[in-house]
Design a protein around this ligand. Structure first.
Ligand code: GLA
Length: 727
């Protein structure tokens, strides 16, 4: 799949469907040539013409047409005449930031090597993928940049990351480091981003790429609900089903920066990597530093096509472990019903009723540990509160299992309250500058995970509870962002490393815990989707998508999230009405249709339901179990974007193509009760499909071309779930 063409001086990564190509210009610089649909040979038919341009410096004095400022590049530096956004900034021992990295050689490796200490897409066998490593060397310090590119046989994706190796004699200081940089050719693109806030994660914004730069970033100590480390570029006429689309996503959960820069001659530079605002790294001579990984996906089947590659790649080759290929349990979570006032008796009565309704897992959320009466205290002290749980957690978990459901539990391990034994014992374990009062948020502080002793404490305190309870599930929360970036553990000259060292510490903790408890299902959370990113999915195969459980809001949040992540990764719960975030009252059936479109759970006091509601929920869960394979492991097609109108729709197709589930939502009632139809996707046009309920039979061609209509009810917030079986 990878070859070097001597005559063209060019590298090709090609799996027969996509081609990624770059050349070596003037024996030194890496020139981007193509990333897109498979092309046999990039002969240069569309190559930009170069001229002697004003203000463009000429590294080759003999060739005034050649300037790095206009060359499409793979990994551009600074101080050499490319004044666009650099991919790296390195300070050498003399305090200067001038380097000259030139191309040296390359290697081709079978498979895909792991990134030590960092989450990454993986290959299961050497034949699944091939990796190109291109080596650049600085002519003065002999520092090296190793550019990694992996291409997969099965997936239309390229994974990129960079390793920096300091020269044999000279230390260096990294100030900026991008995991990838790519100059797209002269064309007009639309840029789609997934931004938002707590309660409104991953809202799609689409706009043309015009002049200047767009910077997306987080300096919050998490990928954040505000931004997603993701850039989607499309041709202007690309829609969900047609047209070219490129997606770049960082496999990292901490601070990041993404740059989309249109230059005056029409090219577009896209970069993704560390946020220089909170990054810096000292490298001693000959030491190595590894950047996070960026995943680059191309599709010419529209945004759905792009998402399908991300979904398949992330579900199969980013998520790991026991749960990767397994359907996930229907759970009941205690939080929205009880918040902190949870106890043994409530847990048991809830668990019994949950089992009775067909649920499979009871999750004890926040409030279970000693003195945790509200959010002012106790984070850090991970032992059960004897007043709430007089017989201990081990006993509770056993009784819950006896009631017929598995037991799961909530932690927020990265945090501590001032009012806790942990803080009293280790006030120097929090992130802060000793000269200032640290800024609290939700009354809590962030533990310094750059300190190995802190990481050990987290592993041991979580492991102890998992051992005692035999828990089958963990919800791993993170409910504030990082201020006061300072570490009592790191020396002054390494303080800038704290943000990344925090992430390395967290990843190490998660690696150790998931290895020690391979059967435990971990679900990530950061006040909802505040850290719903590819980095976390490597350790935890699902994430709580948003604290906003309002069914109407969830349509947009889940639609946006599905750009990158498959529904099985999205925790989605039916909660009580009026909704605790919006006050909205939506029908139970609509709440279910929204939640079954993700990874289904319930989060309400089911003891207070009417008999009719209980029966409805029992039927919902039975239906969900019937369809679970299709919903969790099938292919997901977005049909109608709730961000652009009064409706939302999507459909799922099972892996074997036999079952189709369509969910269509109408937000406000239409007084004219007009009939609208959604055109399904992914069906066999030659086959017929029988609709569950009335057994009507329709052709796949009709369902995809003419569409499927639902009854326009005289009610707001309605949903129609249609199940079709291939006949
Ligand atoms: C966060 C989570 C919620 C819940 C609370 C508990 O907000 O997103 O689901 O676990 O913390 O404090």
């Amino acid at each position: 799949m990878i070859r070097f063409e001597e005559q063209e001086n060019a590298f090709y990564l090609d799996n027969g469907r996509i081609t990624y190509c770059f050349g070596i210009a003037k024996g030194r610089w890496l020139e981007s040539r193509w990333f897109g649909r498979h092309i046999r040979r990039i002969g240069g038919s569309a190559r930009p013409r170069y001229f002697d341009r004003g203000f463009c410096s000429n590294p080759d004095p003999e060739d005034k047409k050649f300037s790095l400022d206009t060359l499409p590049q793979e990994y551009p530096g600074m101080n050499e005449g490319d004044f666009r956004s650099p991919a790296y900034g390195i300070q050498t021992a003399d305090g200067r930031r001038v380097t000259r990295f030139v191309y040296r050689d390359y290697r081709i490796l079978p498979g895909k090597p792991p990134l030590t200490g960092l989450p990454a897409v993986y290959a299961e066998g050497e034949e699944e993928a091939e990796t190109l490593v291109v080596r650049l060397e600085d002519t003065a310090t002999r520092a090296q940049l190793l550019l990694y590119y992996t291409i997969f046989r099965e997936y239309d994706a390229i994974c990129r990351h960079v390793e920096v190796v300091a020269g044999p004699e000279e230390p260096l200081q990294l100030e900026t480091l991008m995991a990838m940089s790519l100059d797209f050719p002269r064309a007009d693109y639309d840029l789609l981003t997934l931004s938002g806030a707590h309660l409104q994660e991953k809202t799609i914004t689409r706009r043309p790429v015009t002049a200047d730069s767009v910077t997306l970033e987080s300096s919050r100590g998490a990928s954040s609900p505000q931004q997603t480390p993701c850039v989607l570029l499309t041709d202007p006429n690309t829609d969900e089903d047609r047209g070219r689309a490129w997606g770049i996503n960082l496999v990292y959960s901490g601070d990041f920066r993404a740059v989309v820069q249109k230059e005056p001659f029409g090219g577009v530079r896209v970069q993704m990597g560390f946020n220089p605002q909170t990054f810096g790294w000292q490298l001693a001579p000959a030491r190595r530093f590894v950047s996070p990984e960026a995943v680059l996906v191309y599709s010419d089947a529209g945004l759905n096509g792009l998402s399908h590659t991300f979904h398949r790649l992330y579900a199969r080759r980013l998520c790991r472990g026991y749960w990767r290929d397994r359907t996930r349990p229907v759970l009941l979570n205690s939080w929205e019903a009880f918040t902190f006032s949870i106890d043994e008796e409530k847990c048991l009565s809830l668990a019994r009723q949950a089992a009775d309704l067909g649920m499979e897992l009871f999750v004890l959320d926040d409030g279970w540990f000693r003195n945790r009466t509200d959010d002012h205290r106790a984070l850090g002290d991970w032992t059960a509160d004897p007043r709430k749980f007089p017989h201990g957690l081990g006993n509770l978990a056993r009784k819950i299992r006896e009631a017929g459901v598995a037991f799961g539990i909530w932690f927020e391990p990265e945090m501590v309250n001032r009012d806790s034994d942990l803080y009293r014992a280790h006030p120097d374990w929090i992130i802060r500058s000793p000269r200032y009062e640290p800024v609290p948020s939700r009354n809590q502080f962030v533990l310094d995970l750059s300190n190995p002793a802190v990481c050990d404490y987290l592993v041991e305190s979580v492991a102890r509870v998992l051992q005692e309870t035999g828990a089958a599930y963990v919800k791993w929360d993170m409910n504030r962002h990082i201020t006061d970036l300072g570490s009592a553990w790191l020396p002054p000259e390494r303080q800038r490393e704290l943000s990344h060292r925090y992430m390395l510490g967290l990843y190490d903790v998660l690696e150790r815990l998931t290895a020690r408890f391979p059967r435990v299902l971990f679900e990530g959370c950061s006040s909802g989707g505040g850290r719903f990113d590819a980095g976390m999915l490597y350790y935890m195969p699902q994430t709580w998508t948003s604290d906003n459980t309002d069914a109407v809001c969830r349509l947009q949040i889940q639609y946006g999230t599905s750009m990158l992540f498959p529904p099985v990764t999205m925790g989605a719960h039916v909660s009580a009405v009026p909704n605790h975030q919006t006050g909205r009252i939506t029908p139970l059936a609509t709440r279910f249709a929204a939640a079954m479109s993700g990874n289904l759970g319930y989060e309400m006091d089911i003891r207070t339901l009417s008999e009719a509601e209980r029966e409805e929920i029992r039927a919902q869960i039975a239906l969900y179990k019937e369809l679970r394979e299709t919903l969790q492991q099938g292919t997901f097609y977005r049909l109608r974007d709730p961000g652009t109108g009064n409706e939302a729709a999507w459909n799922f197709v099972s892996a074997d193509g036999q079952t189709v589930v369509c969910c269509a939502f109408r937000i406000l009632a239409d007084p004219l009760r007009r009939t609208t139809a959604v055109r399904l996707r992914g069906l066999d046009p030659e086959a017929d499909y029988r609709r569950e309920g009335d057994n009507a039979v329709f052709g796949g061609d009709e369902l995809m071309e003419s569409g499927l209509a639902a009854d326009p009810l005289r009610q707001d917030f309605t949903a129609a779930v249609t199940v079709l079986h291939k006949v």
